[in-house]
Design a protein around this ligand. Structure first.
Ligand SMILES: [Zn+2]
Ligand SMILES: [Zn+2]
Length: 307
C-alpha cells in the first residue's frame, strides 16, 4: 500500500544560510532560533527583563518569550524595553494549582484553574497556543502525568527537553511521554526550552524554526505547523523526503537514530547522515541526532498515512 509521508519540513529550505542582522530588512526566509520559556525578577528569575533580553540577544537568538509564573508579559510591556533585534513574544507560564502550561502569544492572563482543560480552552479563546511544560520534573518524574496529557485537548505540544530540570529532581527529557502520545495517535510537537531562572540556565535548549516572514506571526505559524526542530546543539544540515525514503544529515551529529511508534528504534547510523525507508507498519517516524556531550536534535514526527 502506498504511504503518504506528512513532512512538517516540506516548505523549509535546507540548508538555509544564516540571516545576518544587515539582511533582516530583505528577509526571504530562514531558520530562526528561539526560546519560549524564560523567567525574570517579575516572578522567580534572578535578573530583570532587560538583562535577560540582552543576554539572549548577545547569544545570537532570533526570538524569545518571557514567561513568568502567572504574569503575562504583554506587547505593552515589551514596548517599554529594548528588543536588541529579538522578536519578543508575549507569554505566561500558567503555574498555580496544577501542571504548568506555557501560554504562547498571550494577551489575557488566564486564571490558573485546577481544571486544566478549562485553562486550555481559555488559552484557545484568548489567542496563541499552549505547551505542556517539563512533564518529567519532580521526585516521581511525573509533574504532568501521561493520563492528563492523553485526556486534554487543545495543546500544540510538550517540552521534550527543559533545561532547568537538569539541575532539579526528575528528568529534563520527556521523550517517553511524547512517544506514547504519538503512538496513541496524538499529533503534538516536541519543544526544547531553557526555562531559565538564572544565567547558568541560558542556552541549554532551543527551537529552530523555518520562518518565511520574520515576525511574531511568522514564528507562530512555523511552530504551529511543526516546521521546527528542538535542539541542544546539533544542527540539521539537510533533510529530504523522496517516495518512501527520508534522508537526514546533521554535520555535527555523531549518531542519528530513527524511531517509530512506541518509541521503537528501527534504524541508526554512526555518522552525520542516515537514510531510511519508512517501515510499512509505521504510524509515525521521528529522528534523533546525537552529537558531542549533551548535544542533541529532535525532529518533529513525520506522520504516515496509508493512501
Ligand atoms: Zn514550570
Ligand atoms: Zn518555568
Amino acid at each position: 500500500m502506498p504511504l503518504n509521508i506528512l513532512n512538517p519540513y516540506a516548505d523549509a529550505i535546507f540548508p538555509a544560510p544564516p540571516s545576518p542582522p544587515s539582511a533582516r530588512a530583505s528577509f526571504q526566509g530562514g531558520w530562526l532560533k528561539g526560546n519560549l520559556h524564560t523567567h525574570t525578577t517579575i516572578s522567580d528569575g534572578s535578573r530583570p527583563r532587560q538583562e535577560v533580553i540582552d543576554d539572549y540577544a548577545q547569544r545570537g537568538y532570533d526570538f524569545l518569550m518571557l514567561s513568568d509564573h502567572d504574569v503575562v508579559t504583554a506587547e505593552s510591556d515589551y514596548a517599554a524595553l529594548a528588543s536588541r533585534g529579538l522578536i519578543l513574544i508575549p507569554g505566561n507560564e500558567i503555574t498555580a494549582h496544577g501542571p504548568h502550561l506555557l501560554h504562547v502569544h498571550a494577551r489575557a492572563r488566564i486564571e490558573p484553574d485546577p481544571l486544566r482543560q478549562a485553562v486550555l480552552s481559555a488559552v484557545a479563546a484568548d489567542r496563541g497556543f499552549a505547551i505542556v511544560n517539563h512533564p518529567n520534573w519532580q521526585e516521581k518524574f511525573d509533574h504532568c502525568p501521561l493520563a492528563k496529557m492523553s485526556e486534554w485537548v487543545g495543546y500544540v505540544g510538550l517540552e521534550i527537553y527543559n533545561g532547568v530540570i537538569s539541575r532539579l529532581d526528575g528528568s529534563a527529557y520527556a521523550l517517553d511521554k511524547w512517544d506514547m502520545l504519538l503512538s496513541a495517535g496524538r499529533r503534538v510537537w516536541g519543544f526544547a526550552n531553557d526555562d531559565s531562572h538564572a544565567p547558568g540556565d541560558v542556552a541549554l535548549g532551543w527551537n529552530v524554526a523555518y520562518v518565511t516572514d520574520r515576525s511574531t506571526q511568522g514564528i507562530l505559524d512555523a511552530l504551529i505547523a511543526g516546521r521546527f526542530y528542538a535542539s541542544t546543539g546539533v544542527v540539521i544540515s539537510d533533510l529530504r523526503v523522496e517516495r518512501d525514503t527520508i534522508t537526514l544529515r546533521a554535520d555535527n551529529a555523531q549518531r542519528i537514530i530513527a524511531l517509530q511508534q512506541v518509541g521503537k528504534r528501527f534504524a541508526a547510523a554512526d555518522g552525520p547522515e542516515l537514510r531510511i525507508t519508512v517501515p510499512p507498519d509505521a504510524k509515525y517516524v521521528r529522528f534523533e541526532c546525537w552529537g558531542q556531550g549533551e548535544q542533541f536534535t529532535w525532529t518533529q514526527p513525520f506522520f504516515i498515512e496509508k493512501t
